[in-house]
Design a protein around this ligand. Structure first.
Ligand code: BES
Ligand code: MN
Ligand code: ZN
Length: 478
């Protein structure tokens, strides 16, 4: 990531490769007004024009970005992203987008840092690639205010967390199997004060994690459970996070179609999100305790794989009749949630790329929220909106809560053969493993992976969706 700093310098006297200049009116355009008219600048929010710096500025390139008279934080994130992308090939970029508060300063920085993300680890054509971005300067009269300096640092920490989540999701699934993912989580946590424990397949068996083992047993790469513990002195609230970490979802013996598994490296996005969010919460020094469980397995078909018809015994002792091995996420989450309950937290939040049905209901950019608490059902969509994410409440219906217990041979039926309400059925299944603890479930199947082109500050591929909302939730508890 590029370095970030604040400065009270005047935009036109800042020496940079590119200056992103917010334009609310002709006055903001100053000496550039005539040039902007000449290139057809619309003077509206979202407008964009790229001009040579010329004699009026120390910047080589001026990127004019249209703004409304007043901007919400999300407008500023998007404006910064638009400017950053038009600055491609620049090493140093300055932003003059008139943040009116420290929150606005953070929004500009976050928009730029998230838009600057690139996943180029597997690209070999480096010699003709454009100059690397090295530094971002945010121009504001607030530059010396401690709250603005804090906001910049928070935006940096959160952006690192989102971008790390994207890296993990984008990693080719053959290079990020459960043991690799667990090791990388451990590496990322070193020097954050977060304690990491990794359970291998032997320990998972000893601890009776039948869901994680059942899903992982078809793969040559064994499953893992990663537990993170952040416990600052004096914490009064305890949050537990649980993430689905299927490093590749082939569907298992209930195998997916070729097209259906093309993006299934994304199926560990929930685990990547909760791990990254936990590390960010620790780096921000938020005064709450967090215990995080990431359930990692590779869902593969083989002679050792779980079969439709098999019964698994989960960590909490409940038995589950497996009917479709492609509904594997709920099986690994059952163990993760059971372990979370044992940690006696005040609230549990699980995050999972759980169902295609959730995308049918809400589209591909909105996560589903399910909860036993009306308060949490209300809180998550609101917090998501505050940070520029999109979540929407869905119900746990009586019909599907009852259907979950209709197995003729086990306690719980894993899969509903009726094709309606698939996201609700999956959430109702999870409900069986949270007991009386306050709980919210975020189905991020759509938003975690962008299979179209980049837009605003969202790249193609892994998006890091839910990390910012989880951090905001932790803030709301502290
Ligand atoms: N990982 C998938 C859900 C998914 C679909 C995530 C598309 C991201 C994009 C999950 O394990 C799955 O396969 N769910 C099945 C459940 C069904 C078998 C009840 C689904 O959604 O079709
Ligand atoms: Mn599946
Ligand atoms: Zn899956």
């Amino acid at each position: 990531m590029p370095d970030v700093s604040l400065s009270t310098a005047k935009p036109l006297s800042t020496r940079v490769d590119a200056l992103v200049l917010g334009i609310r009116n002709e006055e903001d355009a100053g000496a550039f007004a005539a040039d902007l008219n000449a290139v057809g600048f619309s003077w509206k929010k979202g407008a964009l024009a790229v001009l040579p710096g010329g004699d009026q500025t120390k910047a080589h390139r001026v990127i004019a970005v249209g703004l409304a008279d007043t901007s919400a934080p999300e407008d500023l994130r998007r404006a910064a992203a638009k400017g950053l992308k038009a600055a491609k090939g620049s090493a140093t970029v300055a932003f003059a987008l008139y943040p009116a508060s420290s929150e606005d300063v953070g929004a500009v920085a976050e928009g730029a840092l998230l838009a600057a993300y690139e996943y180029d680890r597997y690209k070999t054509t480096s010699k003709d690639s454009p100059k690397k971005l090295t530094s971002l300067t945010f121009l504001t009269a607030l530059a010396r205010r401690p709250d603005a300096i804090d906001a910049l640092e928070s935006a940096r920490i959160v952006s690192v967390a989102v971008n790390r989540t994207r890296d993990w999701v984008n990693s080719p699934p053959g290079d990020l199997r459960p043991p690799d993912f667990a090791q990388q989580a451990k590496d990322a946590a070193s020097a954050t004060g977060v304690k990491v424990q990794v359970w291998d397949e032997v320990k998972l068996a000893k601890e009776k994690c039948g869901g994680i083992l059942g899903v992982g047993q078809g793969s040559e790469a064994p499953p893992r459970l990663v537990k993170l513990t952040y416990k600052p002195a004096g914490a009064k609230v305890h949050l537990a996070l649980v993430g689905k970490g299927i490093t590749f979802d082939s569907g298992g013996l209930s195998i997916k179609s070729g097209g259906g598994m093309m993006t299934m490296k994304c199926d560990m996005a929930g685990a990547a999100s909760v791990i990254s969010a936990t590390l960010a919460i620790a780096e921000l020094g938020l005064p709450i305790a967090v215990t995080t469980f990431a359930a990692m397995a590779e869902n593969m078909p083989s002679g050792t794989a779980t079969r439709p018809g098999d019964v698994l015994t989960m960590r909490n002792g409940k038995t589950v009749e497996v009917l479709n091995t492609d509904a594997e996420g709920r099986l690994v989450l059952a163990d993760g949630l059971s372990l979370a309950v044992e940690a006696k937290p005040d609230v549990i939040v699980d995050v999972a790329t759980l169902t295609g049905a959730c995308m049918v209901a809400l589209g591909s950019r909105t996560s589903g929220v399910f909860s036993t608490s009306d308060d949490l059902l209300d809180t998550f969509p609101r917090l998501a909106k505050e940070v520029g994410e999109s979540m929407w409440p869905l119900p746990l219906t009586e019909e599907l809560m009852e259907a979950v217990t209709t197995s003729t041979i086990a306690d719980i039926r894993q899969h509903n053969p009726k094709p309606y309400g698939g996201a609700i059925y999956a959430a109702s299944f999870l409900r069986q493993f949270v007991g009386e603890t306050d709980w919210a479930h975020l189905d991020i199947a759509g938003p975690s992976f962008n299979d179209g082109g980049a837009y605003d500050y969202t790249p193609a591929g892994g998006t890091g969706a839910s990390v910012r909302t989880l951090v905001q939730f932790a803030r709301s508890l502290s």
